[in-house]
Design a binder for this molecule. Structure first.
Ligand SMILES: NC(=O)c1ccc[n+]([C@@H]2O[C@H](COP(=O)([O-])OP(=O)(O)OC[C@H]3O[C@@H](n4cnc5c(N)ncnc54)[C@H](O)[C@@H]3O)[C@@H](O)[C@H]2O)c1
Length: 445
């Protein structure tokens, strides 16, 4: 099939590459010329495990090409995926500007039938807005061309996006049109072989399903963080509680890890957007508001814990391991590390930071500053620091020689925002350990 994907961010690029991989002819379009030039040179602008190889192979095989030209992008696809960003507006509502710009461009350039697929995360009712925008653009041209719009929300996780796209649990398509169902079935057929993962439903149900999924996962995280706050005050180790409740199959182990809060480009904005949708409907979403409030507070917990242990942080040097909002990505959007570093700078502290993939993103975000040292590796980050904070649970941070670490840190303090370590192991090496939801009072020396 001939497919065009608008937007070459995490979702668009992975979707485009994976669709080319199974033999479709794919054009990826972006309005960012630098990004397209990079892709045309064979460079991958984002870090996503496994993506570079797929991009390279399919470009070489002539199944994947990149363009900034809208007319060419519209002409070369029979199915047009919209995978552009939907950032939050000032009040948290999803900003549909980019989605509707693509819809307008499609209406301005289409010459025959097109199936338009909303892959971006968009509020209920967006497919109707896309339809209206395309119709209006066609009207202004004084032409009539048939088209359909369906919803196909994306459930991939950064860091495992290829795996999720190719072997995900479900492929949701919002449409009640039989021709659209058959086109989408054909498009996804190579990824739908073992058992039928395609779920057809109404467009509005598909749009809501995406928000409901992210809001549910965010709720699990905030719930666990709330229990962690209680555990700290009750001198209980939350890790015991996590194991205790996770073993119940009705609860399960996924997404109940306490930590320094969720970040990234999806959960924070999607929870806020769903809240706004509810308010626009005259319904006060008490639970969603609480999920968001707990997370905002939790993202401040690392700074609070450092202050409790060290007092005034002015003049202190804090090593930070992990900048990305989660492992296996270079994405720092809404990352807890940012909340921590910004609070530390505000307090007059210096930061020595290291992340295996997000160093250039950190440089892009914060530039050169005297109170930030971007370390070449995790060892350099702790040299001469007073304390160490773990913000992201990268595998490489799991195994540490704590005796060596104790020799590096002046205040001998480790704040473990992801509960990576056994507190006893640090105590034995003469380190003070503060985790999240762990009985810190008993463990602090
Ligand atoms: N990142 C994720 O893990 C993830 C997972 C599931 C769903 N989503 C959703 O998918 C959508 C895209 O997310 P992302 O993280 O890939 O975004 P992103 O910000 O990484 O990329 C968006 C891209 O769209 C491009 N763009 C903007 N306007 C355009 C236009 N008119 N034509 C062509 N390209 C245009 C931008 O230049 C940018 O490269 C969002 O709605 C997001 O909520 C994201």
């Amino acid at each position: 099939m001939n497919i065009t994907v608008f937007g070459t961010g995490y979702v668009g690029l992975v979707a485009g590459a994976c669709l080319a991989e199974v033999g479709h002819q794919v054009t990826c379009m972006d309005i960012n010329p630098e990004r397209i030039q990079q892709l045309e040179r064979g460079e991958n602008p984002i870090f996503e495990p496994g993506l570079s190889a797929i991009l390279q192979q399919n470009r070489a095989a002539g199944r994947l090409r990149f363009t900034t030209h809208t007319a060419e992008a519209v002409a070369s696809g029979d199915i047009l995926f919209i995978a552009v960003g939907t950032p939050p507006d000032e009040d948290g509502t999803a900003d549909l500007r980019y989605v509707l710009n693509v819809a307008r461009s499609i209406g301005e350039h289409m010459q025959g039938y097109k199936l338009i697929v909303d892959k971006s995360t968009v509020p209920v009712g967006t497919a109707e807005k896309v339809t209206a925008t395309v119709t209006e653009a066609l009207r202004l041209r004084g032409v009539e061309h048939p088209f359909d719009v369906c919803s196909n929300p994306e459930f991939m996780k950064e860091g495992a996006a290829i795996e999720d796209f190719t072997r995900g649990a479900r492929i949701i398509v919002g449409t009640e049109n039989e021709q659209v169902k058959s086109l989408m079935r054909e498009c996804y057929a190579p990824y739908n072989r073992n058992h039928d993962k395609l779920m057809f439903m109404s467009v509005r149900a598909a749009e809501l399903t995406k928000y409901a999924a992210n809001a549910m996962l965010a709720t699990k995280i905030s719930f666990m963080n709330e229990i962690a706050c209680l555990a700290e005050r009750l001198e209980v180790d939350i890790e015991d509680v996590r194991r205790g409740i996770g073993s119940d199959p009705r609860i399960g182990y996924h997404f109940i890890y306490p930590g320094c809060g969720y970040g990234g480009s999806c959960f924070p904005k999607d929870v806020k957007a769903l809240e706004q949708t509810a308010r626009q409907l005259g319904y006060e979403p008490a639970l969603l508001g609480a999920v968001e409030a707990v997370n905002t507070r939790q993202k401040q917990t690392l700074f609070t814990k450092l202050s409790e242990q060290l007092g005034d942080l002015h003049g202190k040097t804090i090593a930070v391991w992990g900048l990305a909002f989660k492992p296996d990505t270079d994405d720092m959007r809404e990352a807890p590390s940012r909340t921590l570093m910004e609070a530390l700078w505000q307090a007059g502290a210096r930061v020595q930071a290291f992340d295996p993939e997000a160093m250039s993103e950190c440089r892009r975000l914060y530039g050169e500053r005297d109170d930030l040292m971007l370390a070449g590796d995790r060892i350099q980050a702790v040299k001469g620091a007073d304390a160490l904070v773990i913000c992201t649970e990268w595998k490489m941070f799991r195994s540490v020689d704590f005796n060596w670490l104790a020799g590096q840190l002046t205040d001998k303090l480790v704040v473990d925002g992801r509960n990576l370590y056994r507190p006893e192991a640090l105590s034995n090496a003469g380190l003070r350990y503060v985790g999240v939801g762990r009985s810190n009072l008993a463990m602090a020396q």
